[in-house]
Ligand binder design. Structure first.
Ligand SMILES: NC(=O)c1ccc[n+]([C@@H]2O[C@H](COP(=O)([O-])OP(=O)(O)OC[C@H]3O[C@@H](n4cnc5c(N)ncnc54)[C@H](O)[C@@H]3O)[C@@H](O)[C@H]2O)c1
Ligand SMILES: [Zn+2]
Length: 379
């Protein structure tokens, strides 16, 4: 049995975290986004598991389910086109509410459909992965990937509500649970040292291969703490002009290696490696306190997350992606990095920290040669 139901207020919408909340999606839709028709957008794995349970909460004529194939490679404009075409073909009008039922891929894609279909219709986020519950479903960012990079086409379109039911995590494969924990570690690293410690210490209680043996109560607490950290940051800066940038810790390098892997590396894994590499570069640049990278590395290791990058791409391949430009090979890129665990660097400069490309290139090169030694030596 999980913890007591929790409601967290974000700017303009409520996030409900409660065991069994999946049974109240219809009620929530009726309350905050009542419409003539409801479109459940899901993927080919989550759909068969949970879509009929959600659809059953609406009158049969009012609801349709559309499933895209699972996977980041389908978070693209083709899926967006196909979904908007299907909505039109099925007679959906402006009087529509979209229900995003799935992980962050579905949330971003369905959210972007909601942001653009008929110039924007309301939507609910019903996240079904840990990562989507604590991160992707909150903050109103929606969008799709393009060949040039991740999330390059999108819109800010906050949901009317987020309904997170920790019970659905019982079917989530362990690697995806780990991916969510990478973002939880990030939340601790950017804002709360005690939480950072707690997540690392809970590894054995969370990562049991059999869902029945996982500490659901702790998982509930973890979702709540991460949701509070993220909503707090987003409330202070909804459009990412300043403090919201701190949520990008690990993501500048992370997104690049995720893209270069052709999405064979998951988002959470890429962010884990990205945090280690960005922190290592910042430590070398004397921005981050010595020892910070070692603590991040140890915590991620305990959780079974990667602490180094894949060997395929070269440091310059990675830098080119981060820069979005192959021509200028000298300069510096902006990162969001901790000064120490729980406190971010660059507060006086909108939390954007420039690190010279030469330092980053060295760290990226060393990350491969040092693969079998402690990555603490990267700093
Ligand atoms: N909008 C934002 O602010 C934001 C923030 C962080 C991440 N993201 C995006 O989120 C995406 C990653 O999300 P993700 O990690 O949830 O990946 P995902 O959506 O691909 O889900 C991971 C896998 O788990 C399956 N799955 C989902 N729920 C399940 C369940 N309950 N039981 C069994 N299987 C289940 C999915 O079908 C998929 O195969 C990335 O595209 C990333 O860019 C967005
Ligand atoms: Zn992320």
């Amino acid at each position: 049995v999980g913890g007591a139901p929790v409601r967290v207020e974000a700017t303009g919408y409520t996030i409900e975290i409660a065991a069994g909340a999946l049974a109240r999606v219809g009620e929530m839709a009726n309350r905050v986004a009542k419409a003539h028709r409801y479109a459940i957008i899901t993927d080919s794995i989550v759909g068969p598991l949970y879509a009929s349970q959600v659809a059953a909460q609406f009158t049969p004529e009012a609801v349709s389910t559309f499933a895209v194939p699972t996977g980041e490679e389908h978070k693209n404009r083709d899926s967006w086109a196909s979904l908007t075409d299907q909505l039109s073909a099925n007679g959906f009008t402006r009087d529509t509410t979209i229900i995003a039922l799935g992980g962050g891929v579905v949330g971003d894609l369905a959210g972007f459909v909601a942001a653009t279909f008929m110039r924007g219709v309301p939507f609910l986020q019903v996240p079904t992965t840990l990562l989507a519950m604590i991160d992707a479903s909150i903050g109103g960012k929606t969008g799709v990937d393009t060949p040039a990079g991740k999330n390059l086409v999108g819109a800010f379109h906050p949901p009317r509500a987020v309904i997170a039911d920790p019970d659905v995590l019982a079917t989530l494969p362990l690697p995806h649970l780990r991916g969510g924990l990478a973002e939880a570690v990030k939340h601790g690293a950017i804002a709360d040292e005690t939480y950072f410690q707690t997540v690392g210490d809970a590894a054995s209680r969370l990562l049991h291969p059999t869902p029945d043996h996982r500490d659901v109560h702790f998982l509930h607490t973890l979702i709540e703490r991460s949701v509070r950290i993220k909503t707090d940051v987003v409330a202070r800066d909804t459009h990412e002009h300043g403090v919201r940038k701190i949520l990008n810790f690990g993501h500048t390098i992370g997104h690049a290696i995720e893209l270069l892997s052709g999405f064979t590396m998951s988002h959470g894994d890429a962010v884990a490696a990205g945090m280690v590499l960005e922190s290592a570069a910042a430590e070398r640049a004397k921005i981050t306190t010595a020892g910070t990278t070692a603590r991040i590395t140890d915590t991620l290791r305990t959780l079974g997350l990667p602490v180094t990058r894949p060997t395929g791409p070269s440091p310059d391949d990675i830098l080119d992606i981060m820069r979005g430009d192959k021509k200028s090979r000298a300069g510096s890129i902006e990162y969001a990095v901790p000064e120490r665990i729980g406190t971010m660097a660059g507060a006086t400069n909108g939390f954007a920290v420039r690190i010279d490309d030469t330092i980053v290139r060295d760290v990226l090169a060393d990350a491969v040669t040092d693969m079998r030694t402690s990555s603490a030596s990267l700093a």
